[in-house]
Structure formats: structure tokens, C-alpha cells
Design a protein around this ligand. Sequence first.
Ligand SMILES: Cc1cc2nc3c(=O)[nH]c(=O)nc-3n(C[C@H](O)[C@H](O)[C@H](O)COP(=O)(O)OP(=O)(O)OC[C@H]3O[C@@H](n4cnc5c(N)ncnc54)[C@H](O)[C@@H]3O)c2cc1C
Length: 323
Amino acid sequence: MQSFRYSQAKTIEGATRAQGMFLAGGTTLVDLMKLNVLQPSVVVDINGLPLDRVEALPNGGLRIGALVRNSDLAWNATVKEKYAVLSEALLSGASPQLRNMATTGGNLLQKTRCYYYRDTNYACNKRQPGSGCSAMDGFNRIHAVLGGSEHCVATHPSDMAVAMMALEATVHTSGPKGERAIALDEFYLVPGSTPDKENVLAPGEVITHVTLPAPAAGTRSHYLKLRDRAQYEFALASCAAVIQLSGGSIQHARIAFGGVGTKPWRSREAEKALEGQIASPDVFKQAAEAAMAGAKPLKYNEFKIELAKRALIRTLETTTQSA
Ligand SMILES: Cc1cc2nc3c(=O)[nH]c(=O)nc-3n(C[C@H](O)[C@H](O)[C@H](O)COP(=O)(O)OP(=O)(O)OC[C@H]3O[C@@H](n4cnc5c(N)ncnc54)[C@H](O)[C@@H]3O)c2cc1C
């Protein structure tokens, strides 16, 4: 591991001024520093900042501090009751020990699990811009079928972010130019020709909290994750659904996928196919076809398209049956 300077931020302003890489739970950052994939010259520990609370908002929504641990968020009574999809997504991720360390901000910003990104023996445009993409002609079974470019097809691995995408979360930040509120849907970038640029954060900008809107009456939600083994494994395809039903009719639908996109993937196509329709197997199938209509398979991951369709159909069955 390359040597670096370590400092502890005492204030949010101090953290943004430090011009370093933020250390939260460290479960992504420290791993990647050991592998020489990330080589920050300054590491700014933000664990002392007062960002570790989950609070109800006056408008019925929820404010989640960036340092709230994934376990605490998953087991929070309000989250379990009103945002089941988020609790389920968090509990499907990693292991209990990792979830006790991992934070809300760090989870949103975790790095891809593409093995070519994590192995410095291989070319990777995300790690080293302009070096090439080893996944394109390599073993690309775990890679993206949505949002990829010739420069990068790495998936975003977060489960939590997929649920937050379907919940229409907003990311709040503080940086050298002040505070910002960014819709999660606009927070992540597709790789294009600059896969190293993964989100809209500016240098020194720290995530302070995430807000969720109040769920509308009659809203149900669910997260389903499909993977190679039942625990301690990233998604091959996952689906988050937030559905508002009235008398069997779908009033409002928010759908997002994990494991298949270069970012947590909101599917407006699926939402359009569902809204205003009576919940039924035919409608679910149409939504699944619409969601994957733009998918582009690579040599080894065509199976993900069918898997994602089935994930959506099963998620919708579960969500609407519980109504
Ligand atoms: C073995 C293993 C299995 C895993 N399985 C899963 C899984 O199945 N599903 C899943 O979703 N995840 C999984 N993960 C990933 C895990 O969820 C992330 O490592 C974790 O959420 C990152 O949070 P952290 O607080 O530890 O982040 P850190 O490692 O501290 O930081 C991660 C990145 O975010 C930046 N950062 C952190 N906080 C902030 C902030 N407030 N503002 C700005 N930048 C910030 C850091 O600078 C760094 O770049 C797994 C990890 C491991 C090691």
C-alpha cells in the first residue's frame, strides 16, 4: 500500500477543505488501498462528524445521516414499517459484520466489483483512464447489459442504492461551493468515454445525508436479489419495486434494477407499462419486456436479461399479493 497522510475531520467544513479521500466504514476504501487500486495521498476520517442519525421529517419523510451504519438503518423501526424495500435491500447485502461498519454514504459510493478494476495487472479505463477495458473481450459474466459503453461495462454493486432509487431518494451534500440536494436518479453517471467519473460529486464534496419522501397511502414495496449463492454475494440481477395500489389497479410504480446496469438502474419503461393497469401476470410480463428492451448482452452475460425480467415479475407478484 502506498503511504498516505491520515487526518480526522472535526467539522463538515474541515472535511471538505482537506482535499482527500473520505474514510467512513472503510469496507471499500481500505480493501482497494491494500490492492493499490485506490492510492489517495490524504485520507480524511469523517467518523467524528455528527451524521449518524435517522430522523423523521415534518413532511412525513425520512432523513438518514451519511454515517448511519447499514445495520442500524436496516433495523430502524420506521424503515422496516414504511420503507420495507430499503430494509430488505440492506439485509441482502454483504454480511452482518460488514453491515455493522458500512455507512449510508459509503454504500452509495462503493466501487464496482469488476475483477479487472480490482486487479492492477489488467487494463481498466475506470482505474486508469485510457488504458482499455479488459472486460469487453474478457470473462464478462457479471457485467452490465444496460448503460455500458465500449469503454466500460462494470456494474454498480450496491443493493441499498437500488432500493433508494425506487424510493426516489435525494442525496444532500456539502462542498467547497456550498450545499446541494441531488435527486439520486441524477447522482450517478453512465460510463460513456469517462468511466472514472462515476457521479456528479465535485472534489471535496461530502455526502451529509439522504432524504426519502413520505410514502403515499397504499404503498407497498419489495426487494428481490438473485445471485450465485444465497448469502454474502453480489447481485446478478436484483429488483426494487415501490407500488401504490388501489382496488387492484396500479396507481404509481417505481422500479429499479441492480446487477444489470452500470449504475443503479431506474426503469421508466417498466413504470410506464405498469401505471394505470390492473396488476396481472400479462401486465407484469409487458413491464419486464419493456424494462429490458434496450439491454445489450456481452459474450457471457446474455442470461442476465432473462434473469432480470423474472426478477421483476416475481417482485411485482410479491408486492401486489401482499396488498
Ligand atoms: C466481502 C464484501 C461483500 C460485500 N457484499 C455486498 C453486497 O452484497 N451488496 C452491497 O450492496 N454491498 C456489498 N459490499 C460493499 C459494502 O456495502 C460497501 O463496502 C460499504 O457499503 C461501503 O461503505 P463504507 O462506509 O465502508 O465506505 P468506505 O469504504 O469508507 O468508503 C467508500 C467510498 O465512499 C467514499 N465516502 C464514504 N463516505 C462518504 C461521504 N459521506 N461523502 C463522500 N464520500 C464518501 C469514500 O471516500 C470511498 O471512496 C460488500 C463488501 C465486501 C468487502
